[in-house]
Design a protein. Structure first.
Length: 458
């Protein structure tokens, strides 16, 4: 018997040495080795090995495995000081792991992640406080888009107080307080420009305001008024051609032969009330680059990029990314071309990160999301690369998810015209339509549960 337990203990120790901790714990329990002093000493060694693996697993995102190790360590050596320290670190690491989703603006995913963590290792009260912080941050983001920065500051400050370890929230609060002064100054300048009928100044100031708050009503209405005033100076026949008929989206061959300043293609801003603003590009080929004066490209980004940094082309059933300057896809340098798939992330230059989404299986339309905190010019919440149709609605497969809508609305193209259809009755520019109607470049669409407007980007 003496030799038998010694043999089992040695085999348990060997299993521990090569990382098979659960096998070692099983041998320790099955053969009742803790009744012997060497077995009890080994139980404490095994507990230390479990604690050593806790944070490694947490760093890998395996919080269920980390919690298992923490539980095993407590059963072996109790809730000693080392165990308590590991417990605190694990909870902190689990909470911090949610922060990247906040930085990307994906609040729904952050909430789902917190719910999953509650089943792994995070106490109920910590999860509830974290969820409250996420919801406050989301409400603040919505208020910022509408230009209500003071109310957003209160919510964001409360979120920071709940989760001070989320440094991105604290950084955003500092940035927001700076933006308050800028918004106030630019709003005063906008009022002065409106009073002086300085329409070029109105457009420039409104664009600056909309980079801070894309749904700021004062700036949007002022810019529309300015364009209307400028358009009034154009002969009537030309004015109608610009406001009623859609410019044709250029083909790949046309883009290749155009001068750089005219190659952006037809674009419009899609303002969806209570959801956000989206830059819609109709061309088959678009350039992404720096937002610089005179650089008329489809997707200009306010960042240190080349003027024409990368090109996206709709080809067959997908999109091809072509690098003109440094681009990485999932961290690997892009040489030549890459066929994008749903969920691909790529980085332009140093730090401009975008995510490619193609959520609807029956549509070639795709969506670009800014993962980093850079902004486009004009500002928006995402870029839609519109093919034959674009789906707006409550379903997760929609190109733009509108959670509060009762039904889908589909934008679709026929030749050089843009239409929309819905199962519910809608009004386009005040005219009631039964399910289908043609859109002008500056149309307003309203329904029982939905409303959005279009604004042509010149």
């Amino acid at each position: 018997m003496f030799l038998a337990w010694r043999t089992q203990l040695r085999e348990a120790q060997q299993a521990c040495e090569v990382g098979r901790l659960d096998e070692a714990a099983q041998r320790l329990s099955e053969h009742q080795l803790r009744q012997y002093k060497p077995g009890e000493e080994f139980a404490h060694q095994l507990a230390s090995a479990y604690l050593g693996r806790v944070m490694r697993r947490a760093d890998e995102g395996n919080f269920a495995g980390a919690w298992h190790d923490l539980t095993q360590a407590r059963q072996l050596a109790g809730a000693n000081e080392a165990w308590q320290a590991a417990h605190v670190r694990l909870i902190g690491g689990a909470i911090v792991s949610v922060e990247p989703h906040l930085m990307a603006g994906d609040f729904a995913l952050a909430l789902r992640r917190l719910k999953a963590l509650e089943g792994d290792c995070v106490p109920h009260d910590v999860v509830r406080a974290s969820q409250d912080a996420v919801r406050r941050a989301e409400s603040a983001a919505n208020l910022i888009r509408r230009g209500k920065l003071l109310e957003a500051e209160e919510l964001l400050a409360a979120a920071v107080a709940l989760r001070p370890e989320w440094r991105s929230l604290a950084d955003r609060l500092v940035e927001l307080r700076t933006q308050q002064g800028e918004l106030r100054q630019q709003s005063e300048a906008l009022h002065n420009a409106l009073q002086n009928a300085d329409w070029n100044g109105v457009v420039a100031i409104a664009d600056r305001l909309l980079t801070i708050s894309p749904e700021y009503r004062l700036a949007r209405e002022a810019r529309q008024k300015a364009w209307a005033q400028v358009g009034a100076k154009v002969p009537e026949s030309q004015h109608l051609a610009q406001t009623i008929h859609w410019p044709g989206a250029p083909s790949h061959d046309e883009v290749a032969t155009r001068a750089p300043q005219t190659a952006a293609g037809t674009r419009f801003l899609l303002w969806i009330d209570a959801v956000g603003g989206y830059l819609v590009c109709l061309a088959e080929e678009i350039w992404i680059g720096q937002a610089a004066p005179g650089n008329n490209i489809a997707v200009p980004i306010q960042a240190e990029l080349s003027r024409r940094h990368a090109k996206l082309r709709r080809s067959g059933d997908g999109y091809v990314l072509e690098a003109e300057h440094p681009v990485t896809v999932h961290g690997a340098p892009l040489v030549g071309k890459h066929l994008l798939t749903d969920g691909d992330e790529f980085e332009l230059g140093r730090g401009v990160k975008l995510r490619f989404r193609q959520p609807h299986p029956l549509s070639l339309t795709a969506r670009l999301e800014l993962v980093s905190r850079h902004r486009t010019q004009p500002g928006c919440d995402g870029i839609l690369l519109m093919a034959e149709s674009c789906v707006l609605g409550p379903n997760w497969q929609s190109h733009v998810v509108c959670r509060d809508w009762a039904n889908d609305v589909v934008l679709y193209r026929q030749e050089n015209e843009l239409f929309c259809r819905s199962v519910e009755q809608i009004a386009i520019d005040g005219v009631v339509m039964e399910g289908r109607g043609k859109l002008a470049p500056n149309s307003r669409v309203e329904g029982e549960s939905l409303s959005f407007s279009l604004e042509l980007v010149k």
